[in-house]
Design a binder for this molecule. Structure first.
Ligand code: KDO
Length: 329
């Protein structure tokens, strides 16, 4: 409030016509994400906004667009590179399209847990790869967000122990070849669909299942239209708060630091809440009537890892990177 009053006071001193000019001086930061409002990686943007309002009062106009209303899922990186969008959270799958080395993080059973994920991306591996991201994608990653550990979630319950049991199951994946490869590696028939269409797809039966971390299964209410959770834990998934280089380079050094700190506060809020909730959700889904089963995770791990190792993806993984990730504790 103080700030607005100060602005109005300054405007009055300069004459009423100066108000629109002063108001426009705020740097607009548009955010686009497919996240649903009740998910932690949607709520974290409010933390980002409030953080900036405190550290840089009146300097930014942060506009949060959820549910992929501003840009379709997966089109955010191109929009940021063109300067049509300032901020988003981008996935390893988005990055792998332009930075093939990054596909190591789209592979199942590589990252072990959220703690290791933070260490990998906040250490030298992250620094090296984020440099490539900035050069090749024209966006700068600011913080690593734990999206959760992806699990298989089926419309009808069936015995699932190994990848062979998913044969013929139409498993929805986001619409890119890197995602479809993961779905197929799990033994299923991967079917592309945008996140916003998954609920209907499950309800009507155009797909047999989907994979997502449990907090997103809760927030997007997929448990209402599915009967089983198979705890494959196949991907410790991360997304990266990223800003377009065009907008980042236009900021002062102090603003860059504040925007980065706000992104890190947002990620920390998400990570803390998501990890906590993820540990409590199996009970919730059971109460909602879902069958929750643990398959032979070793069988899934072996099969998925072998599929990736034999693929073209592994050919472009920098020598020694997998060992360096594994050695990160
Ligand atoms: C999804 O579409 O399954 C996915 O989990 C992929 C993620 O990369 C991310 O886009 C996420 O959806 C959305 O933010 C919605 O939660």
């Amino acid at each position: 409030h103080l700030n607005r009053r100060a602005l109005l006071g300054a405007a009055a001193a300069l004459g009423a016509t100066a108000l629109p000019a002063l108001a426009q001086a705020k740097t607009v930061l548009r955010i686009s994400t497919p996240a649903v409002p009740d998910d932690w990686h949607a709520k974290m943007w409010t933390v980002f906004k409030e953080h900036l309002e405190k550290t840089a009062p009146g300097e930014f106009d942060v506009q949060i667009n959820l549910n992929a209303t501003l840009f379709k899922q997966g089109t955010e990186p191109a929009a940021m590179a063109r300067g049509n969008l300032e901020l988003s959270s981008i996935s390893a799958f988005d990055i792998a399209k332009l930075v093939p080395e990054f596909s190591i993080f789209t592979a199942g059973y590589v990252v072990r847990d959220p703690d290791q994920q933070q260490k990998v991306f906040n250490g030298p591996i992250g620094a090296e790869l984020f440099k490539l991201v900035s050069e090749k994608m024209e966006v700068t990653p600011l913080a690593t967000v734990y999206l959760g550990t992806r699990q298989v979630n089926l419309r009808e319950a069936k015995p699932v122990k190994t990848p062979a049991d998913l044969k013929g199951v139409k498993l929805r994946m986001p619409g890119s070849k890197e995602w479809l490869f993961l779905g197929d590696a799990l033994g299923a028939t991967a079917t592309p669909l945008a996140f916003g269409e998954v609920y209907m797809g499950l309800k009507t039966g155009t797909i047999d299942g989907q994979d997502n971390p449990l907090p997103s299964v809760r927030a997007a209410k997929f448990y209402e239209v599915t009967k089983q959770l198979v705890l494959t834990s196949h991907l410790v998934d991360g997304i990266f708060i990223a800003i377009s280089n065009k907008s980042f380079n236009a900021l002062t050094a102090a603003q860059k630091q504040k925007v980065t700190a706000a992104a890190q506060a947002a990620a920390a809020y998400n990570n803390e809440n998501r990890i906590k909730e993820e540990g409590q959700l199996v009970e919730f889904f059971k109460k909602e009537g879902l069958q929750v089963v643990t398959p032979d995770v070793d069988a899934f791990r072996k099969s998925v890892q072998a599929t990736y190792q034999a693929s073209d993806y592994a050919k472009v993984w920098p020598k020694g990177l997998l060992d360096r990730i594994n050695a990160t504790k």
